[in-house]
Design a protein around this ligand. Structure first.
Ligand code: GLC
Length: 455
């Protein structure tokens, strides 16, 4: 058997454009893109070997996790018209701020989120501690515009942290730098005194968040408008973050590369082996939007999760709880079904290795070591095949039931035979294919070499 090993770098280079053309486009098209997520492309990683080693140590759990829950919850949930409602309807601060008194969630709503996340097979959670509207879900000395001093009457971030830990999951904080409420939130761009005040306000929040809640695993910055890294003093910001939480990982939305990239509403592997996490909504809104009925099916969610895992990225999937903290029924139903599938098939998703085989009209693939997982989303019937598999297959089984699958292999294909006529698992059936070496696929070989006969 020829040595078909590819390096992660070569593979990512060769597949980046395919990925962009296939996975990304259809998913992004139905989504509401309101973001200043950095344009995709190579971003520098840590420069020294000791920084690289430290990053590898901090990120180990995250690379194994693959699947997390995003939660968007704030005053906008009371209105139920998307988290950008304040800006997109031009609502004055004086009209918006009274929502803080109306926001009265039931106690410990986060417990149900954490239970659902755990049951769905998600390993970490990331909750909005402050979104663009400027309302702080946490206790802060810097403003009265925060949960304990308003309608909720208590620290919602504290409840969240306790709930996440109770399920043994990792704790993540989303924090928006952009602020539509603070008087300096826009003028900081052209008034140096305002900038200094505002940056101290933001840094103070981060200090409180990373001091008052024990160990925090992820800091997820968002929208850096209207300043750049120098304006935000992002180097000083990250330095403080790592002093307070030496094991934390941070994303790239404070205008520094951080530890991982954040493609939004699309699945796009980063070049150069850089870590990435696709964040995505379950319908088309991050915050609760009562009339948004454009829900993804469990099958779409699982296919997206497979695409992320195939290219060693994570999938951060959002829920937008209602103002009382309850989760929309459609989200509960979808995540419950995803969780049932993960309970049977999770081994093919977590801690995956880069997977080169990707050609099929009815399946997609993930890999761990020498095992190739064929995830059949359109069940072909009693026979299924993979073209151009260059590696010898040792055995195959249905992952959910453990039942052996018969197969025959020649130079051009592996044929799995004696399969049930109807798909044995739902909504996707995974065949675990144990190979002699790292599985690779070469469909050009098939096109060039498969004998042609007659006319
Ligand atoms: C965008 C949106 C924001 C959302 C975020 C999630 O930046 O502005 O509403 O929280 O994406 O990635």
């Amino acid at each position: 058997m020829p040595d078909n090993k590819i390096t992660r770098r070569t593979w990512l280079k060769s597949t980046a454009s395919v990925l962009a053309a296939t996975a990304a486009a259809p998913i992004a098209s139905n989504a509401l893109l309101q973001t200043d997520a950095p344009m995709p492309g190579p971003q520098p990683n840590a420069t020294s070997p000791s920084q690289d080693a430290d990053r590898a140590r901090r990120m180990k759990w995250w690379h194994e996790a693959r699947f997390g829950m995003f939660i968007h919850w704030g005053l906008y949930s009371v209105l139920g018209r998307h988290e950008w409602v304040m800006e997109n309807e031009g609502i004055p601060v004086a009209e918006y701020a009274p929502l803080a008194k109306q926001f009265k969630p039931k106690p410990n709503a986060a417990r149900a989120w954490a239970k659902l996340a755990k049951q769905a097979g998600q390993k970490y959670m990331v909750m909005t501690t402050k979104h663009h509207e400027g309302f702080c879900n946490f206790d802060t000395k810097t403003t009265d515009y925060c949960a304990p001093k308003q309608g909720p009457g208590r620290d919602l971030v504290k409840e969240y942290v306790e709930a996440v830990r109770a399920e043994g999951l990792r704790v993540g904080f989303y924090y928006s730098l952009m602020d539509w409420h603070h008087p300096d939130g826009a003028r900081c761009a052209h008034d140096e005194d305002a900038r200094k005040r505002f940056v101290e306000y933001i840094h103070a929040h981060l200090r409180e968040l990373l001091t008052n809640y024990g160990k925090v695993d992820v800091l997820w910055y968002d929208v850096s408008w209207p300043l750049d890294a120098a304006g935000w003093e992002s180097e000083r910001m990250n330095k403080m973050v790592f002093e307070l939480q030496p094991d934390i990982i941070v994303n790239n939305r404070n205008k520094l590369p951080g530890d991982f990239s954040t493609p939004e509403q699309q699945i796009r592997a980063e070049e150069g082996g850089r870590a990435w996490e696709s964040c995505m909504t379950l319908n088309d809104s991050w915050g609760f939007q009562k009339a948004d009925d454009d829900w993804k099916t469990p099958k779409q969610v699982i296919r997206n999760l497979i695409s992320c895992s195939r290219d060693t990225g994570n999938y951060l999937l959002n829920i937008g709880p209602k103002p009382d903290g309850s989760i929309p029924e459609e989200s509960v139903a979808a995540l419950t079904e995803v969780g049932q599938w993960m309970a049977r098939n999770g081994e093919s998703i977590y801690h995956s290795d880069p997977c080169q085989p990707r050609r099929s009209n009815y399946a997609s693939f993930t890999r761990k070591g020498n095992t190739l997982y064929m995830h059949v989303h359109f069940w072909p019937g009693e026979t299924a095949s993979i073209s151009g598999l260059k590696t010898s297959v040792k055995s195959a089984k249905l992952l959910a039931s453990g039942k052996n699958v018969e197969f025959k292999q020649d130079k051009f294909r592996v044929r799995f035979t004696g399969l049930p006529a109807a798909a044995p698992d739902h909504p996707i059936t995974t065949i675990a294919i144990e190979c002699e070496a790292e599985p690779t696929q070469d469909t050009n070989f098939v096109r060039n070499e498969k004998p042609r006969e007659g006319v």
